[in-house]
Each structure stands twice: as structure tokens, then as C-alpha cells.
Design a protein around this ligand. Sequence first.
Ligand code: FEO
Length: 416
Amino acid sequence: MYCVQEIAPAIVWVGGSDKRLERFENMFPLPKGIAYNSYLILDEQTALMDTVDSAITAQFLENVEHVLQGRALDYLVVNHMEPDHCANIEELLKRYPDLKIVGNKKTFQFMEQFYTFSKPENYYIVNEGDELSLGTRTLRFYLTPFVHWPEVMFTYETTDKILFSADAFGCFGSLSGNIFCDQTDFEGVFLEETRRYYANIVGKYGPQVQKVLSKLAQLEINMICPLHGPVWRENLSYILGKYNLWSSYQPEKQGVVLAYASMYGNTENVMNMLASKLSSKGVQDIRMYDVSKTHSSYIISDAWKFSHLIFGSPTYNMSLYHGMQALLHEMAALNLQSRKVSLVGNYTWANASIKEMTEIIGDMRKIEFIGEPLEIKSAMKQEQIPQLDQLVEDIYASISTSVSAAQPSLAKHNAM
Ligand code: FEO
């Protein structure tokens, strides 16, 4: 049975959630599922903003059919040509053969790469700033390449000033009836998953996001409709502020994330000692992760949030323990930068972990190493306590003298 919600006069959310999917892109754990949003505008002409993933095709098609009430679908705007939003294009073409598919040149290139159909007669190619009248409403298109794919564009509805923002401003996690952020406990339920989504899916493209934010600053926006997660209609400066921080690689908070690999608990022991001593000095909200236990996307999300990172790893096969190697390579690939980093290494007969961690992290931009790397041989010994204490002092001094960026607050309801 259809399940839809009106988000503005004659603009209806026709998406759905998949609470069963284990991993997004078969990679990122989804403990709370994922939502796929699609929005249908009813005007003199009808226009659908993106489709959904194949997992919820049946629900989506029923939703669209119900809202159209026998009318034809005139336009399908493809803001993002990734299959989690495009699985139903061919089915819509079968149902509405005169459907005009709105996209840019790259959109149609990717469409024909992913799918076997080719319908150039249905393609409606748009460029930056082009407008499409639906009757009383007008859609304007903004190309936003690499947020996070090259074909991505945003669609701006000029009457109610609604921005359809593709993956931007979206999050992991399914919807549970409440479609607007202000109806949810956003910071309790969605903020962590919004940051994890940003860091891991979009994080590599900070400069491109900065460019888009400058473009959006010229627009009056009343509502942001992403393809995943809840819709923003209040306090838009909050999420725009978060995106500004994240895309400029500024930490949200002065604090410490410790990530370690440990085979027999000895490296873990050192990390526990460091965390405990930092806590005794007054550092709060410390995060510590075993890379073999926690998926890298969560660690990377916290690395995006906090200023100081401590990595600890044994040498393994004359190299770095695989889990740590994978985490650091992923962080480097995502372009994380402007962090303060300290290192702990462990070896029994051959020493490689500190060297390799230094090389990978040293190649990342604007990284400052804090303190001397602490290297233990198999297990921590009493005589190395002064060295460990010095590292704690150095990290604490660095945290104490750093200044946090100004934080956007949900408590303020700033108009755009
Ligand atoms: Fe939600 Fe980039 O696809």
C-alpha cells in the first residue's frame, strides 16, 4: 500500500526506507538502515526528483502511481546517477513512454553505461542555471560536480525555494515516520550518521563542497531535500555550518581519538594508559577503537570530528598490521587533513610499524606530529613510563593551546 507525505503544497515525498540492508555500497554498516528519498511535484506538468534503490521499487512505484492519480509523469529529474537512486528509470519509461528525463551530459553517459536501454529521444539535457517551467513552478539546475560524483546536480524550485540536493546533506539511517529533521531528535539519532556519511562518502571532495556552499550562499533556501535521511526546513544554517566545517577539514572539537591494532593486548595496554592519563589531566569525551573490531567508517567519522588522533600498531609481516594499514590508507584516500597525530609502535624482532605509519600519515596534508613516537618491544615496561608521560604532556599541551572552530547550534533558529 502507498505510503507518502506532502512536504510542501503539491510536493509529495514518495520515497521509502530499507531497514534490512546490512551495508551501504556493500561496504558501510547500516545498523539503522537507509532511506531513499524521491519527491513528486504536481503542477500543470508533473516532475519527479530522482527514483530509488531497487530494494524498495514496489513501494516506490505504488507511491508514484497513487500521487499521480492517473496523470502522466512528464519529467524525471536525475540529480544523481548512482544506482541507489536510479534503479527505476527504465520502469518509469515503460509506464510513461513520453517521459522527459532531465540531466546533464554526464548523467546520460552514465545512464547508458549502467543500463542497457538507450532513449535519446527522451533525454532533456540541462546546463548550469537552466530553468524548466512546470506551469506555476520553475525548476533551476545547478551543476555540482563531485559532490560526490561528476554528474551530480542540484535542482532549485523557485516558488517555495526548495533545494533538491542529491546526496549532499543526507545521512545513513532509515526514516521512522518523521520526515523533517525538526520532528526528530536530530543530534541524538541522525547527527553521528550524517557525519559518518559525509566523511566516508563525500569527505574526499572538500574543495568541491566548498565551491557548492559558496554557490548556495547566493540563494534563498527554505527547505533542503536530500536523497537520504530527513528533510531540512528549519535552522538550515546548522547543517550548512556543519558542511562548511567538514569540507574545510576543520575539527568540530578539541579532543582525542585513539585507534589501535593489538594482537595480544600489549599495544592496547599502552593506548589504555595514554587515554587514562589524558583523562586524568582533564581531557573529556575520549574515543578509543580497536581497528579489528570497529568498522573504519566509524573511526574516520570521529577523526573528522576531533582534533587529535593517536594511532598504535604492532609490526606484522615486516610491515604494518593490516587493519591499521587499511584504516590509514582509507583516511589518506578521503583527504583527511589538518589533524594532530601521535604514534605508538610495537615490535618483537623487526621494526616497521612506526616507519610505515609515519610515511602514510606524513603524506596527508597539514598534519602535525605531536611528541616522539612511543615504541615498545613486545610489552610496555616500567622504564618507558617517563617517555609515555612525556607524550601525554605533549598531547595535552597541544590540545590546551588549540582553539575550536565556532560550532553551528541547533538551538538557534537562524533564517537563511
Ligand atoms: Fe546515494 Fe551517491 O548515492
